[in-house]
Design a protein around this ligand. Structure first.
Ligand SMILES: Cc1ncc(C[n+]2csc(CCOP(=O)(O)OP(=O)(O)O)c2C)c(N)n1
Ligand SMILES: [Mg+2]
Length: 890
């Protein structure tokens, strides 16, 4: 604590009444004397001893996780400010102005476009300090070159990042004019600026898509942990790099924001710094109107094991605290809830003199000698570049723990009566002429009235002190940022025969596709080049999927190595944790596991080092459970494999409804860069994994693969010759069944039927084909490996045809079906909507019936479940007969 802090501040507010103030004073004096004579280390020791004693005496006391409502870094401990404060303030004001002008202009042009001013207005100084002094950009990927920090920007503060890039010369005025107008922009000779950080829409600019609250925070933790993993596995030294994240106080309510705090502390991630912008407001109103969010977050983070740096008050409060000999100021602040603090933010100096400082004579005395204007300008910590720098510097040098900076700010700072501290400020996009002039005055912007009211962008001359300062500081930190890069070396993929021959020529051997996958993975991990780049990820289900052998083979990553003798030490499957372990065992946290996967899957860009993650999980706990995180990974242009194991509604017999997945393929199909496959056979799966690896690490395309795997053992056929193309495009003719019986006189069954089946249900379809063939029907079975790839291909052909192209092409499904005849029956272990996506590409005149597993899951045997949902062989036969009958009747 601040040694200048008057000792009476140490009295906790709300503590029990002091029944013996004299005795209290003696204890206090003794302690202060100890600090003064023997120093803080000795004082800490004595306190710890007292705590120990208190515990042994069981007096029912717990230490309070809250410290007084003042800055953690005391005024006299602040390092000298290493910059030119006046210039930095001018740059910050200019960036503020341009950000505001950009949003207001876009809304004047098109009222529907939206945008935010108030959030960046509160965060501007927090961003600027980072840009000027801390955020390191990538110098390059050569030996000894800094590969850059990772910076997560609060999404709706993006206007400020654009405004700065404008000064840096990275965006033009025209670009700013096309904020939120990505489609109009290309024709206007400008780049459209995406609403929030987005690596597809602005691929050279944004690295991390943070638009969905909570995903940025958890993602930043797992990226920081992944950097440790890379370092510990000797793949890339990340020890000099940091992860910075600026997040909102409202955003901290998201479960994802909070869920990995203990992981970050446990792993001692001192490469991670969070700046939580505590402007006390979210969208609708106060974050904790009746409490104090800074206190609550302090308790949360301290309890989770983080280093907490409170950045509450600006420099002009230092004098007030120093003069506050009675402790009235801190006591009053600690008795002021955020809802009230927001009201103080929204009102002027006069109001605050009367209503804040007017609360008691001690405070009133403190405010004496200050003008209303000075009271109005008293800064909160997050608006004071000197205090921010001190907090960041403390965070940057802190070792052994992640740091959170709780920065107190005003939402809509500087927007005056138009928005500062207003309930509705989050979405405020209009400022009238008076507001604009006031803003100009408030920040001393060199704009004429005309320029201010017409929202002219402002850029100082190239040789001005501001521009020189900005450029030099970024040069010293390695260049401009954010910047997204993608260069990384091409990785060769071993020949498929080397690791998957057993699957391609399975020769009827019984196994599940999960078993086959795990066997393939085990071999791939041994490949000298690709092997070390593979990142197997599990969320406490490795044993379920038969992966326990990998524990010993490649080890489970642990930053602590293994400090115990595992119970199963002699076993070949022994649970082996190691500093250079390769498996990321994330425990029961699908949100964590997917964040880990995203970190590995974007390593090619974030670190310039291609990694290939395989995250294997219960398929029900993927797209349904953490779908938005997968969407964010897609946004971030992830490359890797998601393996949905125990997939489908009926493969997982006894587990019941919340384990049985009938919809993940429906969701996967909606993600543009996700290729989703539901292979039935090991050989198909091998072809898919092989192609995926090549596409991602050799051809370096920004796609990821979702492959569902089954735990059902059945005879695995050889992959038919020439089937590979069809497997990848979505289907191939698996087998044809000639009529087994001669047509008998009077037989009603005609002719032919075509059966489509995918994944787990293909085996039922094959059985149905045999039954039908035995009744004299000619059957063709088509194995569908991907409904979504078939649908995409069909839609693409249709679109080309609509556009009038000469050769729109034939949908792959239509081409395969053209070689068959009769009605078409499609069966899957997913909801009917999945096979329905290809209906349009079934040739005209062919009846198309779909069978699926709509409804809630339930527990029973596979056979009972398939019968219940109507996707077993009998159901397929019934549907086929119905369709053929219907066909004949027509
Ligand atoms: C998952 C999710 N839910 C809701 C939103 C909509 N939203 C965007 S910003 C915001 C309020 C943010 O408040 P806070 O985190 O305190 O940031 P501030 O703007 O106050 O700095 C909300 C609700 C979102 N982007 N993501
Ligand atoms: Mg907020």
């Amino acid at each position: 604590m601040n040694a200048l802090t008057p000792h009476n501040l140490l009295l906790a507010p709300g503590a029990a009444p002091d029944i013996d103030p004299e005795e209290t004073a003696e204890w206090r004096d003794a302690f202060l004397a100890l600090v003064a004579t023997e120093g803080p280390e000795r004082a800490r020791h004595i306190l710890q001893e007292l705590v120990r004693l208190a515990r042994t005496q069981r007096i029912g006391w717990q230490p309070d996780l809250n410290t007084p409502y003042v800055n953690t870094v005391a005024a006299q401990d602040q390092p000298a400010f290493p910059g030119d404060l006046a210039v930095e303030e001018r740059v910050a004001s200019i960036v503020r102005w341009n950000a505001l002008a950009m949003v207001v202009r876009a809304n004047q042009a098109y009222g529907e476009l939206g945008g935010h001013i108030a959030s960046y207005a509160s965060a501007a100084d927090l961003f600027e300090s980072g840009f000027n002094h801390f955020f390191r950009a990538r110098e390059g990927v050569g030996e000894g070159q800094h590969r850059g920090d990772l910076v997560f920007f609060q999404p709706h503060s993006a206007p400020g990042v654009y405004a700065r890039a404008f000064l840096e010369g990275r965006l033009s005025e025209q670009d700013l004019m096309h904020y939120r107008q990505e489609l109009t922009a290309p024709t206007a000779g400008a780049q459209g600026l995406s609403s929030y950080p987005h690596p597809w829409l602005m691929p050279d600019f944004w690295q991390f898509p943070t638009g969905s609250m909570g995903i940025g925070p958890i993602s930043s933790i797992y990226h920081a942990r992944f950097m440790r993993y890379l370092t510990h596995r000797n793949l890339l030294d990340c020890s000099q790099r940091k992860v910075w994240g600026v997040f909102g106080d409202g955003e901290m309510d998201e479960p994802e924001s909070m869920s990995a705090l203990t992981l970050a502390a446990r792993e001692g991630l001192d490469n991670l710094v969070w700046v939580v912008n505590c402007n006390l407001q979210r969208l609708d109103g106060p974050v904790r109107g009746n409490g104090r969010i800074i206190d609550e977050l302090e308790r949360l983070f301290a309890g989770a094991g983080w280093n907490v740096v409170k950045l509450v008050w600006g420099s002009d409060w230092d004098g007030l605290f120093a003069r506050d000999l009675t402790g009235a100021l801190v006591r009053t602040l600690e008795g002021t809830v955020d809802g009230q603090m927001q009201t103080f933010a929204a009102k002027d100096g006069r109001f605050n003199r009367d209503n804040f400082f007017g609360q008691n004579p001690e405070l009133a005395a403190l405010a004496q000698g200050m003008t209303d204007e000075q009271i109005d300008r008293l800064k909160r910590g997050g608006h004071d570049l000197v205090k921010i720098h001190a907090a960041y510097a403390a965070a940057a040098r802190h070792q052994g723990q992640p740091t959170v900076i709780l920065a107190h700010t005003k939402k809509g700072y500087g927007m005056g009566t138009a928005g500062q501290g207003k309930m509705t400020t989050h979405s405020q996009k209009k400022l009238d002429e008076t507001d604009l002039i006031e803003f100009r005055n408030r920040f001393n912007l060199p704009l004429t009235d005309e320029q201010a009211t017409s929202l002219a962008f402002f850029k100082p001359a190239e040789d001005s002190p501001e521009m020189r300062y900005l450029r030099t500081h970024r040069q010293n930190l390695g260049g401009y940022l954010p910047r997204r890069e993608t260069a990384c070396e091409v990785l060769p993929v071993p020949a498929i025969e080397g690791y998957a021959q057993f699957a391609l020529q399975a020769d009827g051997k019984e196994m599940s596709t999960t078993m086959a996958f795990v066997r393939m993975l085990g071999s791939l991990l041994k490949d000298a080049t690709l092997g070390p780049r593979i990142v197997p990820i599990v969320a406490d289900e490795a044993r379920t999927f038969g992966m326990a052998n990998l524990f010993k083979q490649v080890g489970i990553y642990s930053s602590l190595g293994q400090r115990y003798a595992p119970e199963d030490i002699g076993s070949v499957l022994s649970y082996r944790e190691a500093l250079d372990g390769q498996i990321l065992e994330e425990g029961i946290s699908e949100a964590g596991a997917i964040a880990s996967w995203t970190a590995a899957a974007t390593s090619y860009s974030v670190h310039g080092l291609a990694m290939l993650p395989f995250y294997i999980y219960y398929s029900m706990f993927g797209f349904q459970r953490v779908g938005d995180a997968i969407w964010a990974a897609a946004d971030q242009r992830a490359r890797g494999f998601l393996l949905g194991a125990t997939s489908g509604r009926t493969t997982l017999g006894g587990e019941g409804l919340q384990h049985q997945d009938g919809s993940s393929h429906l969701v996967a199909a909606t993600i543009p860069n996700c290729k989703a496959y539901d292979p039935a056979y090991a050989g198909e799966m091998a072809v898919i994994v092989d192609a995926g690896m090549r596409e991602m690490v050799t051809e370096q395309r920004d796609v990821f693969y979702y492959v569902t795997l089954m735990n059902e053992n059945y005879a695995q056929p050889d992959l038919p010759a020439g089937a590979a193309e069809g497997v990848l495009r979505g289907c191939y003719v698996f087998r044809s069944y000639p009529r087994l019986l001669d047509e008998r006189e009077g037989a009603v069954l005609p002719q032919t039927v075509t059966l489509l089946g995918s994944g787990a249900i293909l085996t039922e379809v094959v059985k149905a084909a045999e039954l039908l063939a035995a009744e004299g029907v000619e059957v063709t079975v088509i194995s569908v490996t991907s409904w979504s790839e078939l649908a995409r291909d069909g839609v693409a052909c249709e679109q080309r045809a609509i556009a009038g192209e000469d050769k729109p092409g034939t949908p792959w499904l239509a081409a395969q079906l053209a070689a068959t005849s009769g009605p078409v029956i499609a069966a899957t272990d997913y909801v009917r909507a999945v096979p329905e996506t290809v209906r349009a590409f079934v040739p005209e005149g062919r009846k198309y019936l779909t069978l699926g597993t709509d409804g809630f899951g339930r527990s029973d045997t596979r056979a009972a479940l398939r019968k219940f949902f109507g996707v077993d062989a009998d159901a397929v036969v019934r549907a086929a007969k119905f369709a053929m009958g219907a066909a004949t009747n027509r």
